[in-house]
Structures are given as structure tokens and as C-alpha cells.
Write a protein that binds this ligand. Structure first.
Ligand code: 5AD
Ligand code: SF4
Length: 451
């Protein structure tokens, strides 16, 4: 490693893909002499890795970077960078709102970050790099698990999207769909495995179409190959598009032991009218058929979903159909959002936009109903034994059951279905996989004891 040059502070907003990219930023900067800091005032470089999926996420980035001018007064050598999806979307326009910013790097410019930083240090001002690349950045530094010894890691296997759902900004900020070379993915995962990682979550906007365009390994084959890596004990993935969920994938979930018994399958709406306007390519009936098939093949499977409420043209009747659908499916959990109009997307130009107050009310109503099902699903696990991957010590301290055991360390981990479990345990370390009997269920976690 090069001589110590300073500290980098990385603020990550948005999805798991951004978390992965932020780690890559750090790996690259570490190789040229930077260490990570969690204290903003200590930073010599600040990177804000942004998300533009909803306006709120975008504004979070601008308000964070808005404080830069003050920080530069204290440290004139401070280098500030906007990265990620808002950077890709806005390009040099960002400098109008954040004049003191130094660098705007889009979603394909990761590998050039070191070069841009050097140019700023040599006196260059305001660099914008939002060039789209046909290939994904593959030369992964070998130091991905440094500084951050986690047992579970994200691995982006594809980028971009070709679906053009009418609400979605992703195709505009992450480009067209492109898959990584399977050999590079396997090499990266082997490397993570030999650095203590036990679980990987494979990321892509639509993992089911992995490798299709390139004519390389299919997604199910990739799952098979990853499962042969001994050190990796669990494999997760997100996201699957309901239209492309194949029998092959259902077969892989059922038959590859290491593939977790959980599927995130975003439905977005329960109204066929709205699904059509969203350009989702399936109907409520098709979605429900897929769920039935899944549950027939994998009866214990945990299901989660994304839902957008208040999409243009959504009248109360459409919303009620969404409510009916979540009652029918009984998801383990959902992520629900109020529709947010995004620049360049088709839906932004639709008439019949829904007012913000109505969106908020529908969102609250939906979340309240889902809470009942989340609780019900958690409750159903009481008395059952779950395999739990230990993530580390738990921060949960107050009001624990079994107060007589409070002298023991409290640990936390996740079930195969992704639910958080807290328990008492001595001589337990992150990465252990234990059988835990579930004793109590809470709205967002479980409590158990080692068997
Ligand atoms: N407004 C609200 N929610 C959105 N999502 C994507 N675009 C928008 C938008 N414009 C949600 C979808 C997607 C999840 C990642 O974010 O539900 O599945
Ligand atoms: Fe992730 Fe999409 Fe947000 Fe970009 S816009 S960070 S791809 S959720």
C-alpha cells in the first residue's frame, strides 16, 4: 500500500448497489493511501454516493453536500465528490447548486476516481465524468473486505436495466442492462470467502436475465457455481422481475441448499390498470400464479415485495386492489413507497397525478395492514428452530426477555428468510451458524435461544 495520504468519509444513500459501489470507492482509495473515517470533520475527501430513485433521496444528497462550503473554510484542501445516480442524472448542473463541489462522477466512472482526485490536487477545478461505459468495471481490487469485517456482503453481478417501467429512473442513471463475467464474479466471491465472508447477496435490477444478452452462464447456473465455494454458506439475491421469474430459478431455490429460502418479488400494484400504465408486463393473475407455483415447490419460502402507491391514475378502487393483493399473498414484509415523479420518465408526463396528501394516506393505510401480516409471520416462527448466521454483538439492551441471563453477551443474526434474531450467547462469534429456537416475536425482530 502507498504512504498514508489522508482520510476519506463516504456517505451512502440508496440501494444495496450503492453500498457495493461505495466499498469499491474505498478499495480504490485505500490502494493509493487513504484510510476510512466515520468522523466527517476528519475527512480529507468526502464522497456522497447518491440515489435518485425518489425526490426525497435526491434532496438528502443536496442537503448533505450543501454543508461543504463551511467545511472547506476549515480545511481548504478538502476534496468533495458527488458520485452515483444523481451525479449521473444531473452532471455539471450539480455545480449550480453546490458551487464548492470538486468532482461529479456518475455510475460508470468509479475506476477513474483516483485520477480525478489527483487532477484536483494539481489545481484543476470542477471535474464532471458521466461517460456511460458498455462494460462493467471488472478490475476489482483484492482488498474488498478490509476495514469492514462483515460476514455478509453484496456482490453486483449486473448493472442497468432494459425494462423501462414508466416510473423508474434506473435505465437513465445506470444505463442498459449489462452482466459481469461469471469468472470475475466467482473470483471475487472466493476472495470474499477467504476473508471471512459467509453470505453473499447477488445484486442486479433483474437477476433472472443475468447473462442472457451476453449468452454466458444463466443465473441458475451461476447460483450452482457459487454454491460450490466451500467458505460461502449462504446465497441471497435481489431483485427478480415477476415477468421473468423462471421455473429454473424456482428449481434452484428449492434444490441448492445454500440458496436462501427467500424471494423478493416486487409487485408494485395489485391493479391491472395500473400495472399496464407502469409497463410491468404482467397482470395480477400472472403474479399470483407465480406465487402459487413458488409456494407449491418451496412451502416455507419467505416472500417480500415492493409497492408504489399513488401512481398517476390510481383511484381508490385500484388502491383497494393492492390492499386485497397484500392480504391474499401475506408477504413476510414489504417496502412501500409513495410515487415520486422522476425526470425523463414517462409517468412524469401522465395527467391524473395524485396529490401528496392522498399518497401519504394510502401509504400509511397499506403499511398498517402489512404490519399485521409481518407480525403474523414472525409469530408463526415461535417454537420453531431456525438456522441463524451470527452477525455480531447485539445493540439491543433494554427490556430483554430472560432478564436472569442478562450477564451473557447479546448476539444478533439472521434467519435464512432474512429475519433478525437476538439471543444470549457465550463464546459465539460473527460467522457462526447456529440453531436457535424462537421464543418471542416482535414487529421487526425475533428473540430466541441457542438449541
Ligand atoms: N417513485 C416511488 N417509488 C419508486 N420505486 C422506483 N421508482 C419509484 C418512483 N419513481 C420503488 C419501486 C422499486 C423500488 C426499488 O423503489 O417499488 O421496486
Ligand atoms: Fe440504486 Fe436506483 Fe437509487 Fe441508483 S437510483 S442508488 S440504482 S435505487
Amino acid at each position: 500500500m502507498s504512504r498514508f495520504k489522508g482520510y476519506v468519509y463516504i456517505y451512502t444513500i440508496g440501494c444495496q448497489m450503492n453500498v457495493y459501489d461505495s466499498e469499491k470507492f474505498f478499495s480504490i482509495l485505500h490502494l493509493i493511501g487513504y484510510e476510512k473515517t466515520e468522523i466527517l470533520d476528519n475527512a480529507d475527501i468526502i464522497i456522497c454516493n447518491t440515489c435518485s430513485i425518489r425526490e426525497k433521496a435526491q434532496e438528502k444528497a443536496f442537503s448533505f453536500l450543501g454543508t461543504i462550503a463551511d467545511k472547506k473554510k476549515k480545511n481548504p484542501k478538502l476534496i468533495s465528490i458527488m458520485a452515483g445516480c444523481v451525479a449521473q442524472q444531473e452532471g455539471a448542473n450539480v455545480f449550480k447548486r453546490i458551487p464548492k463541489l470538486d468532482i461529479v462522477v456518475g455510475t460508470c466512472a468509479l475506476k477513474r476516481i483516483g485520477k480525478h482526485i489527483k487532477a484536483i490536487q494539481l489545481g484543476k477545478r470542477r471535474i464532471t465524468d458521466i461517460k456511460e461505459e458498455k462494460e462493467i468495471f471488472e478490475t476489482m481490487p483484492d482488498n474488498l473486505n478490509i476495514n469492514n469485517k462483515k460476514v455478509s456482503k453484496f456482490v453486483t453481478i449486473m448493472q442497468g436495466c432494459n425494462n423501462f417501467c414508466t416510473y423508474c429512473i434506473v435505465p437513465f442513471v445506470r444505463g442498459r442492462e449489462k452482466s459481469r463475467n461469471p469468472e470475475n464474479i466467482l473470483k471475487e466471491i472466493r476472495n470474499l470467502g477467504s476473508n471471512g465472508v459467509k453470505e453473499v447477496t447477488l445484486l442486479g435490477q433483474n437477476v433472472n436475465s443475468y447473462g442472457k444478452k451476453e449468452g454466458i452462464t444463466s443465473f441458475s447456473e451461476l447460483l450452482g457455481k457459487i454454491s460450490e465455494i466451500d467458505s460461502i454458506k449462504r446465497i441471497r439475491f435481489a431483485t427478480s422481475h415477476p415477468r421473468d421469474l423462471s421455473d429454473d430459478l424456482i428449481f434452484a431455490i428449492k434444490n441448492i441448499d445454500k440458496v436462501c429460502n427467500h424471494l423478493h418479488l416486487p409487485v408494485q400494484s395489485g391493479s391491472d390498470k395500473i400495472l399496464k400504465k407502469m409497463n410491468r408486463g404482467y397482470t395480477k393473475e400472472i403474479y399470483l400464479e407465480k406465487i402459487e407455483k413458488l409456494r407449491t415447490q418451496c412451502p416455507e419460502i419467505a416472500l417480500s415485495s415492493d409497492i408504489i402507491v399513488g401512481f398517476p391514475f390510481e383511484i381508490k378502487h385500484d388502491f383497494n386492489e393492492t390492499v386485497e393483493l397484500i392480504k391474499q399473498v401475506e408477504f413476510d414484509s414489504i417496502f412501500a413507497f409513495a410515487y415520486s415523479g422522476r425526470p425523463g420518465t414517462k409517468a412524469l408526463k401522465f395527467s391524473n397525478q395524485i396529490n401528496e396528501q392522498e399518497k401519504k394516506e394510502r401509504l400509511n393505510e397499506l403499511l398498517k395492514i402489512q404490519d399485521l401480516f409481518t407480525k403474523k409471520k414472525n409469530q408463526a416462527l415461535v417454537g420453531k428452530i431456525q438456522s441463524v448466521l451470527v452477525e455480531g454483538k447485539s445493540l439491543r439492551k433494554r427490556n430483554t426477555p430472560e432478564p436472569e441471563k442478562q450477564i451473557l453477551p447479546q448476539m444478533t443474526g439472521r434467519t435464512e428468510s432474512g429475519k433478525i434474531v437476538h439471543f444470549y450467547g457465550e463464546n459465539i462469534k460473527a460467522g457462526d451458524i447456529l440453531n436457535i429456537k424462537i421464543k418471542n416475536a416482535y414487529p421487526h425482530s425475533l428473540w430466541g435461544g441457542i438449541c
